[in-house]
Design a binder for this molecule. Structure first.
Ligand code: NAD
Length: 246
């Protein structure tokens, strides 16, 4: 899974899984354009990567609507000339019982988790078609097909990511752009640690009895994003420690 000479864009890369993906890609030789709305955390991630001898640039943007997404992708192209890989990782989750989900909360989940993916992928395929190919990996979730009722809106948006991935894969197969999603189970990131949530889930639902380290998910993303992947497109790779089969 060599990424030497590859230029990759990762959204939501300041923290959590996105940072793990950036570190994994960098360790394998990729140059990075990292997008996040949290400027301070993004600067911290980019500084750490560059201090370790890697090459990364920060692009501050909120990936929810067409124009900011197009501008952020254009900034990445301007930094490196060509972009070989896009990872749509930015996402948010809010736990709210179904009867208390209001329109504002519904919209914010769908804006980040689904519309942002659509607009970033649209900008990427336009660029990748012109250069003769590329790879896109969208981060979905096991919630897309094993929903937890306290996140019905998030689960629906993630099911949408899996569907969008399939549509894009069919539409751009002739352009040599392979487009897949990765569905993580529980990853040991900040939001999952609140109130001991991940420990309880691990005990009760995960055969491997722990949440994933972000780098364990990042390696799956890396395979699909690399030239080692020559035949997977429109697929959803589950990496859940056995959660979906228990
Ligand atoms: P996190 O909250 O630790 O990190 C998310 C990052 O995305 C943050 O840096 C945040 O600033 C950024 N972000 C949020 N909204 C943004 C926006 N509008 N524009 C740009 N950046 C934005 O979350 P995480 O746990 O690392 O999750 C990363 C992805 O993995 C998400 O898509 C999430 O749905 C998915 N996922 C996470 C888990 C888990 O257990 N943590 C499980 C399955 C899927």
């Amino acid at each position: 899974m060599d990424m030497q000479g590859k230029n990759a864009v990762v959204t939501g890369a300041a923290k959590g899984l996105g940072r793990g993906i950036a570190e994994e890609f960098a360790a394998r030789g990729a140059r990075l354009a990292l997008i996040d709305k949290d400027r301070a955390a993004l600067d911290d991630t980019v500084a750490a990567l560059n201090a370790a001898g890697h090459q990364a640039v920060a692009i501050e943007a909120s990936v929810t609507h067409r124009e900011p997404c197009r501008a952020a992708f254009a900034a990445a192209v301007a930094a490196y000339g060509r972009i070989d890989v896009l990872v749509n990782n930015a996402g948010i989750y809010i736990r709210t019982p179904i009867e208390r989900i209001d329109d504002a909360e519904w919209d914010v989940i769908f804006d980040v988790c689904l519309r942002g993916v659509f607009h970033m992928a649209t900008a990427a395929v336009e660029h990748m078609r012109a250069q003769g190919g590329g790879r896109i990996v969208n981060i979905s979730s096991v919630d897309g097909f094993v929903p937890f009722p306290a996140m019905a809106h998030y689960a629906a948006a993630k099911a949408g990511v899996i569907s969008l991935t399939r549509s894009f894969a069919i539409a751009y197969a002739d352009d040599n752009i392979l487009i897949n999603s990765v569905a993580p189970g529980a990853i040991d990131t900040g939001p999952m640690r609140e109130n001991g949530y991940i420990q309880k889930l691990a005990r009760e639902r995960i055969p491997l009895k722990r949440g994933a380290d972000p780098r364990e998910i990042a390696r799956a993303v890396c395979f699909l994003a690399s030239e080692a992947n020559t035949y997977a497109t429109g697929e959803n790779m589950i990496v859940s420690g056995g959660l979906v089969v228990a």
